[in-house]
Write a protein that binds this ligand. Structure first.
Ligand code: HPA
Length: 272
């Protein structure tokens, strides 16, 4: 056994002892969507700090616990908060929860985040279905020795965001009358917001939104053979498209649209 698989055995063993059974969907709840975990029925909540091999997250708006139970009739394990590369964690630490989801038996993950809108037709408060990403973090969680039991050395990223899930969510959004944008999420390391020049570059490269999470998690999900649904909340227009950027605005927008965001994720979960 490699070190990573030993760590995962320890983590999943601990979670099973805590009463976590079958898991269908892993949920990674970004800024503003953490409250969705409060709607999980028959919940078992475990602070990240108690989970073997989890790091501790400290960003405002990220509570940092695992919540297990039933949501929209599905067995879910939710991450209320996540680990970010800009906190100083390695890519392996950032993506360990995704490894854990696969190890405990999840077949899919739903990842959500707050993102800056690069596409000029977006407005703050829009929800965006992520159809693809650009990893611009300068790092990759799969760098290093590959454990062939976990996934291939050179994973195919052609369909990292599961097309049938995207199709299901488009349908759900239409039924719910929720306007749903879609596009490419470009992941930067942060913690600075981008410069206006970087945003012009991002747009030229084909990005519709920018953010500081998600891409590494989705790379590990692809490596692990997990299906992925990704949804961004466009909290602001990216640098150079509005006068200034700040975290307070990001939080404010997620607060404003979290009702719609939660309903979309719950209805999507029911439909998948
Ligand atoms: N850039 C990067 N990350 C973000 C932004 C942004 O404009 N808004 C919310 N998260």
């Amino acid at each position: 056994m490699t070190k990573l698989s030993e760590m995962l055995t320890e983590t999943t063993g601990f979670l099973k002892e805590k009463g976590i059974g079958q898991v269908d969907f892993g949920l990674i709840l970004g800024s503003g969507l953490g409250e969705l975990a409060d709607e999980i029925e028959n919940a078992i909540a475990i602070p990240f700090s108690e989970v073997p091999h989890f790091a501790v997250s400290a960003v405002v708006g990220h509570a940092g616990k695992l919540v297990y139970g039933t949501l929209s009739g599905k067995k879910v394990l939710a991450l209320q908060g996540r680990f970010h590369y800009y906190e100083g964690h390695s890519m392996q630490t950032v993506t360990y929860p995704v490894r854990m989801m696969a190890a405990i038996g999840a077949h899919s993950i739903i990842v959500t985040n707050a993102a800056g809108g690069v596409n000029e037709s977006f407005t703050p408060g829009n929800l965006m279905l992520i159809t693809d990403h650009i990893n611009f973090t300068g790092d990759n969680p799969l760098i290093g020795e590959n454990d062939d039991d976990m996934g291939p050395r050179f994973p195919d990223m052609s369909h990292a965001y599961t097309p049938s899930y995207a199709e299901a969510v488009r349908k759900v959004a239409k039924e719910q009358n929720v306007p749903l944008q879609e596009g490419v999420y470009m992941g930067f390391s942060g913690p600075t917001y981008e410069t206006p020049a970087e945003i012009r570059m991002a747009r030229t490269m084909g990005a519709d939104a920018v953010g500081m999470s998600t891409v590494s998690e989705v790379i590990v999900a692809a490596h692990s053979g997990l299906n992925v649904l990704g949804i961004s909340c466009i909290t602001n227009l990216a640098a150079g498209m509005q006068s200034t950027l700040n975290h307070a605005e990001v939080v404010e927008t997620t607060e404003r649209v979290k009702g719609q965001f939660k309903e979309l994720v719950k209805a999507s979960l029911a439909a998948l």
